[in-house]
Design a protein around this ligand. Structure first.
Ligand code: NCD
Length: 325
C-alpha cells in the first residue's frame, strides 16, 4: 500500500527528537535510561508550566484520539487534560457501543479512520497485543494505554517518575509489588521498566496471582534481585516503595477463583506501623478495598500525588511524540 503524505512542513518552533517524534509507545521495553531522563525532564518542565500558567499553546492545532474499549477514569481523563493544557484538542471515543465498533468494525479500520482525522491515537483495549496490531495498521503514533493484561507503559513511566520525585532517586530502592501480579498490566510494565535501575523487587501475591514466569525470567536476565512471597510481613520492613494493585476481577475466567482471593491483602494504618517512615505507598487506582481510606491521611500515601504526576508525564510524552518538546 502506498501512503500519501499531504504536507511535509515543519511549523515554526517545532523540535523533533527522533527517539520520540512520530513513534508509537507500545511497551516500556522500547526505552533506555536516557530516554527516561528526557521524559522526566520534560515532565518536570510541564509541571512548572502548569503551576505558572495552567494552559499554554505548545500543541496548538494538534488533535488527539482517545480510543477506549475498556473503562478508564485516570488514564483517559489525564490524556484529555494533558492535550488540552498543551493547547490541543481531543476526539474522545470511550463508549464503543455508540461507534461503528458495535457494527463489527475491526480495530484496524477504526484506527485508520481516526488517524485520518487526528495526529495520534491513545488506545485502551481488552486484548494483549492490541496496541501493536493497531500500530501496524496506522501510520500515525499509537500510544498503548493498556492492552488487556499485557502492558501499560505510560502508567509505568508515571510510576517511575513518582518514585523519583518522592524518593529523590530510583537506584538503591527496594520496591514491593502487592496484589494481582498475574493480570495487573501496571506491574508488568513497571517491573520491566525497573530493570533499567539498580533496585530490588519483591512480589507479594496469592499463589494463583503470581508474576508471570516469563517476566520474572526477563527481569532476572537483567540482573535484578527478585523475591516472591505470599506474606507481606516477610518484606514490609525493608520496603521503600509499596506498590499496591487491585485484584483484576474482569480478567478471571472462573468467578469462584476471584472470590477466593479478592480480600487477600488490605493495607491499614496498622500495616504502616511496621513500615519505614520514609516508605511510600503507591497504587495505580482504582482501589476496591485493598487500601483502607484511613491510610489516605498518612504522608506516606502517595497514590493521589501519583495521579497528578501522571498528567505531567503524559503532557511530556505528547509533546515529544508530536514533536514540540
Ligand atoms: C489500572 C489499569 O487500567 O490497568 N488503572 C490505571 O490505568 N490507572 C489499574 C487497574 O485497573 O487496576
Amino acid at each position: 500500500m502506498t501512503t500519501r503524505r499531504l504536507t511535509e512542513h515543519l511549523p515554526f518552533g517545532e523540535k523533533r527528537d527522533p527517539r520520540f517524534f512520530g513513534q508509537d509507545i507500545l511497551s516500556v521495553s522500547q526505552f533506555d535510561r536516557e530516554d527516561l531522563e528526557t521524559i522526566f525532564e520534560v515532565a518536570h518542565e510541564m509541571y512548572g508550566m502548569v503551576e505558572r500558567i495552567g494552559t499554554f499553546d505548545l500543541l496548538k492545532g494538534k488533535v488527539l484520539t482517545n480510543l477506549f474499549y475498556e473503562p478508564s477514569t485516570r488514564t483517559s481523563s489525564s490524556f484529555v487534560a494533558a492535550i488540552e493544557r498543551l493547547g490541543g484538542s481531543v476526539v474522545q471515543i470511550n463508549n464503543v457501543t455508540y461507534s461503528s465498533v458495535s457494527k463489527g468494525e475491526t480495530l484496524q479500520d477504526t484506527v485508520k479512520t481516526m488517524e485520518s482525522y487526528t495526529d495520534a491515537i491513545v488506545l485502551r483495549h481488552p486484548e494483549k497485543g492490541s496496541a501493536a496490531l493497531a500500530a501496524a495498521a496506522a501510520s500515525k503514533p499509537v500510544i498503548n494505554a493498556g492492552d488487556g493484561p499485557g502492558e501499560h507503559p505510560t502508567q509505568a513511566l508515571l510510576d517511575a517518575y513518582t518514585i523519583r520525585e518522592e524518593m529523590g532517586a530510583i537506584d538503591g530502592l527496594t520496591i514491593t509489588m502487592l496484589g494481582d501480579l498475574k493480570y495487573g498490566r501496571t506491574v508488568h510494565s513497571l517491573a520491566k521498566l525497573l530493570t533499567l535501575y539498580d533496585v530490588k523487587i519483591n512480589y507479594v501475591s496469592p499463589d494463583i496471582l503470581q508474576m508471570p514466569e516469563l517476566l520474572v525470567k526477563e527481569v532476572d536476565a537483567a540482573g535484578i534481585d527478585q523475591y516472591e512471597t505470599t506474606d507481606l510481613d516477610d518484606v514490609l520492613a525493608d520496603t521503600d516503595v509499596l506498590y499496591v494493585t487491585r485484584i483484576q476481577k474482569e480478567r478471571f475466567e472462573n468467578p469462584n477463583e476471584y472470590d477466593m482471593v479478592k480480600d487477600s491483602y488490605v493495607i491499614t494504618p496498622e500495616t504502616l506501623t511496621m513500615a519505614k517512615e520514609s516508605m511510600i505507598v503507591m497504587h495505580p487506582l482504582p482501589r476496591v478495598g485493598e487500601i483502607a481510606t484511613e491510610v489516605d491521611n498518612d504522608p506516606r500515601a502517595a497514590y493521589f500525588r501519583q495521579m497528578e504526576y501522571g498528567m505531567y508525564v503524559r503532557m511530556a510524552l505528547l509533546a515529544l511524540v508530536l514533536g514540540r518538546a
